[in-house]
Design a protein around this ligand. Structure first.
Ligand SMILES: [Fe+2]
Ligand SMILES: [Fe+2]
Length: 154
């Protein structure tokens, strides 16, 4: 089905954000696993896998709309070594994702592209859950302090 070229461009912009998030989260997970914070590493890897599913769905949609998925563009990646930096950087990534998904949903609605709008809303719901979880982690880190927080993550 021939899709609107502007929608395909937006889907590729979302794809670059998803691919950047995957890279960022895989590295954060590896940093934490390397320090034997295995519970934390596992949770971040699970989030990376959800972003992979999003990227996969976006690629499928671009192909369905007869566009070309661009996987060589990455949005900004921000790696944090310290746990607080990791959480803050991941919060930023999720906020950016939520913003572009919301704008893209508006665009899909205006273009009367219900299939794309549905897919975007499905992914957006996950991004909102990711952000909510990360905000919870940040407040736990502040309340418990770094040492206590990390003790729970072994
Ligand atoms: Fe995502
Ligand atoms: Fe996310």
């Amino acid at each position: 089905m021939k899709g609107n070229p502007e929608i395909i461009m937006t889907l590729n912009a979302i794809l670059s954000q998803e691919l950047a998030a995957i890279n960022q989260y895989v590295v954060h997970s590896a940093i934490d696993a390397n320090q034997l914070y295995n519970k934390l590493a596992k949770k971040i890897m699970h989030r990376a896998q959800e972003e992979m599913k999003h990227a996969d769905l976006i690629i499928d949609r671009i192909l369905f709309l007869e566009g070309m998925p661009i996987v060589s563009n990455l949005a900004e990646i921000n790696i944090g070594i310290d746990i607080a930096a990791q959480i803050n950087n991941d919060i930023k990534a999720e906020q950016i994702a939520i913003n572009i998904y919301n704008k893209a949903i508006d665009q899909a609605e205006e273009s009367l592209d219900e299939g794309t709008r549905k897919l975007l809303s499905h992914n957006l719901k996950d991004e909102e859950e990711h952000l909510n979880y990360l905000e919870g982690q940040l407040s736990q880190l502040t309340t418990l302090g770094k040492e206590n927080f990390l003790t729970e993550q072994i």
